[in-house]
Write a protein that binds this ligand. Structure first.
Ligand SMILES: [Zn+2]
Ligand SMILES: [Zn+2]
Length: 299
């Protein structure tokens, strides 16, 4: 992508700097001015970390973008709200960027391809965070697939309330634990959430392991699995697996590939069955897409 095809988005740049400066100052506040953070601030921060990243992984990514399962309206609202707390943009925009990523993975047209520059470090920063600060031209002839009809009401609702949700991500920890909560559960937690998500676009397209199953190694261009981050990213860092079966709700395939978002789905399915409440259903698994094996590289 040539640099003329981009328009700088200063408000995103300032927002990202603001969150990270807040996180750095929070660290100084907790360990330089005080003797650490209160227990309640830790509890609310860990809770918000899980909610935020589950919202992104299960909601923004697996549900709204890939339709890898179906969910009742209340579950859809919870997923859209939790994802919104992670301040990664409105679900409809996140979805469009990600659809484009899959359509052009690692090639010209991918909004965050990790080979944007010849310099590897420059490319890393571009795919990690730089691309967010620019509006890039949509490739000629490409149109992101429209939002699914059954998601539309919630997607539009979330777009309307998006900023209220983002601000709540700071106000809730502040009301529970004061300044400790604001820094730890607001700024620091958010900075961690953002960077763990961004690592999927940067590191997971640069270093790591191929997707392997049934004695095959899959060709996923540059997408790689980075199991050391799985647990923190709710399973998203099994990214090579995801590029093989994009519409599968299960991203961790092996016992050593943690996939907490998958575990939550299994739990929701169990609750649905036990109490005859339709929470989630039609959960797609890798086995449902075995025809993709045509793209295998045989080891
Ligand atoms: Zn990818
Ligand atoms: Zn995806």
């Amino acid at each position: 992508m040539s640099t003329q095809d981009r328009v700088f988005r200063p408000y995103i740049f300032i927002g990202i700097i603001f969150i990270h400066l807040g996180a750095l100052f929070g660290f100084y506040y907790g360990y330089g001015i005080q003797n650490g953070f209160s227990t309640s601030a830790w509890v609310v921060a860990i809770f918000l970390y899980v909610v935020r990243l589950l919202g992104v992984s299960l909601g923004y990514h697996r549900f709204f973008t890939h339709q890898s399962f179906e969910a009742s309206k209340p579950v859809q609202y919870v997923l859209a709200t939790s994802g919104g707390l992670s301040a990664q943009g409105k679900v409809k925009n996140w979805r469009n960027d990600h659809k484009r990523h899959h359509a052009f993975a690692d090639r010209e047209g991918d909004p965050h391809r990790p080979s944007e520059y010849l310099n590897r470090w420059k490319s890393f920063w571009w795919s990690h965070v730089g691309w967010l600060c620019y509006e890039t031209k949509i490739p000629i002839g490409y149109k992101p697939p429209p939002v699914a009809l059954e998601h539309k009401i919630v997607v539009e609702w979330q777009a309307k309330w998006y900023w209220v949700i983002v601000v709540s991500g700071f106000l809730i920890p502040y009301f529970i634990s004061g300044m400790d909560g604001l820094f730890l559960g607001g700024f620091m937690c958010l900075a961690f959430c953002l960077n763990f998500t961004w690592l999927v676009n940067s590191f997971c397209h640069m270093i790591g392991f191929h997707a392997k199953a049934r004695g095959y190694v899959f060709d996923t261009r540059d997408a790689r699995n980075l199991p050391i981050f799985d647990l923190f990213g709710m399973g998203e860092h099994n990214h090579a697996n995801h590029h093989v079966y994009q519409n599968s709700a299960h991203i961790g395939w092996h016992w050593y590939q943690s996939d907490p978002a998958k575990w939550v789905l299994i739990l929701l399915q169990h609750i649905s069955r036990k109490f005859s409440r339709k929470l989630v259903w039609n959960v797609k698994k890798p086995e449902d897409f075995l025809d993709y094996d045509k793209r295998l590289i045989i080891q």
